[in-house]
Design a binder for this molecule. Structure first.
Ligand code: PLP
Length: 431
């Protein structure tokens, strides 16, 4: 059995100097209880904690480590680059290389602007949509997460919903007025919200495949109907591809589902583990962005050379070896089948949602299609399952509202070990 001696000590110390001991709330294990595990290092799909326990990683740093931790090519590129200084605040050739690569990989975009996080990307995309359309409001979906900027912390999913605080103090009613929320997968609800705010909506922003209420797939036709509503009403459709970008396919959800977005946002994989985000779109829309157009957006460290070389190297690897995506999907399907069997045998009510290399197990007896149905799985079974798995060396996301992210460094042997651990964990949960 694992010991968490050093992790406990570090967590005590961390709480003295850092709010809640962490720099992002989900890491505190609040929704599963217990002490968060402090990580020392990782290689491939194996995490090593400060007590030298090892875990098979199903978070992949929430997505970026799609080819595993400390990928040799990425690490070498960073090491080589860092000798030339870590930031200039002036343009570099590498920024052209990564922009060109992104435009090549992703459909329907001509230009891309790099920022430092997914939060910044989504915040900026909304500003661009407002500047372009001259309208103020936008629609987001309940349970989707678009980062922590004020206008999105309106019934946000993920961290916020885990804590049962749909609205954060500090967000003004004025800001909240311009954010409309609709139900995921409910097109009639979207039509209603649009009709009630006719001519006032700049954008509809969506996780085309949701990952922040667990993995929730769009119903057949839902994205197409959103596209149609946006075309009819002069609304921009924004795909938040911070999770799905360069993960579902080279071209992300647009390519995977065959639906065109007007603007896309990126994060996670795009930075290869460094703090990077981006937003992108066709010339017609991106021409409003400063310094060409009037919509201001800037960043002292945007396009940072170390971040860019990490992202460029990882994206190049994915671009040149598209079999990564099929291998990941195959592994995810294998895991799905294995978990499905042991869960069925266990007698617990459950649902599994899967798309590409994203998968979620929900302990519920209803199909999970939106935030309300996802919330039915936020019950006492999830923390038990989480801790039983952790004890057996499987590191799952510490919230029932988060998707697992597979890495292609997972081997079938590791998947078998995971399925076996799930079988034993479910048995232990019954005892
Ligand atoms: C993680 C995430 C964000 C926020 O990105 P950060 O880099 O954490 O700011 C935005 N949208 C989606 C869909 C995400 O999964």
């Amino acid at each position: 059995m694992h010991q968490y001696k050093r992790s406990s000590e570090l967590f005590d110390q961390a709480q003295k100097y850092i709010p809640g001991g962490v720099n992002s709330p989900v890491r505190a294990f609040k929704s599963v209880g217990g002490t968060p595990v402090f990580i020392k290092k990782a290689k491939g799909s194996i995490l090593t904690d400060e007590d030298d326990n090892e875990y098979i990683d199903y978070i992949s740093s929430w997505g970026p480590m799609i080819l595993g931790h400390a990928h040799p090519t990425v690490i070498k590129a960073i090491k080589d680059k860092v000798e030339d200084s870590t930031s200039f605040g002036a343009p570099t050739e590498l920024e052209i290389d990564i922009a060109k690569l992104i435009v090549d990989m992703v459909p329907n975009i001509d230009k891309v602007r790099m920022v430092n996080s997914g939060t910044e990307a989504c915040m900026s995309a909304i500003r661009v949509a407002r500047g372009y359309t001259g309208r103020n409001k936008f629609i987001k979906f309940e349970g989707c997460y678009h980062g922590h900027s004020d206008s999105f912390l309106i019934k946000a999913g993920s961290g916020a919903s885990t804590f049962g605080e749909p609205n954060s103090p500090g967000v003004t009613p004025g800001t909240a007025n311009d954010t409309l929320t609709a139900k995921y997968n409910d097109i009639e609800n979207v039509k209603q919200v649009v009709a009630d705010n006719k001519g006032e909506i700049a954008a509809i922003i969506i996780e085309a495949i949701a990952g922040n209420m667990g993995c929730v797939l769009p119903k057949k036709g839902f994205l197409e109907e959103l596209r149609q509503i946006c075309d009819e009403e002069g609304i921009l459709l924004i795909f938040d591809e911070v999770m799905s970008g360069f993960r579902l396919a080279k071209g992300g959800a647009q390519e995977y589902f065959g639906v065109k977005a007007d603007l896309v946002t990126f994060g996670k994989v795009i930075g290869g583990g460094m703090p990077v985000g981006a937003y992108a779109g066709p010339d017609e829309i991106m021409k409003v962005v400063s310094p060409v157009g009037p919509v201001y957006q800037a960043g002292t460290l945007s396009g940072n050379p170390i971040a860019m070389i990490a992202g460029y190297t990882l994206l190049s690897e994915l671009n040149e070896n598209p079999q990564h995506f099929t291998e990941l999907a195959d592994k995810c399907e294998y895991l799905h089948k294995g978990l499905d069997k042991v869960l069925a045998d266990s007698g617990f009510a459950y649902r599994i949602n899967r798309c590409g290399s994203m998968i979620s197990v929900f302990f519920t007896d209803v199909d999970v299609v939106d935030f309300d149905t996802a919330a039915t799985a936020n019950n006492e079974l999830f923390p038990k399952f989480f801790h039983e798995m952790l004890k057996r060396g499987i590191y799952l996301p510490p919230s029932s509202f988060e998707s697992y992210f597979l890495s292609n460094s997972l081997t079938y042997e590791m998947l078998d070990k995971t399925i076996q651990a799930a079988k034993e964990s479910l048995e232990a949960m019954k005892a």
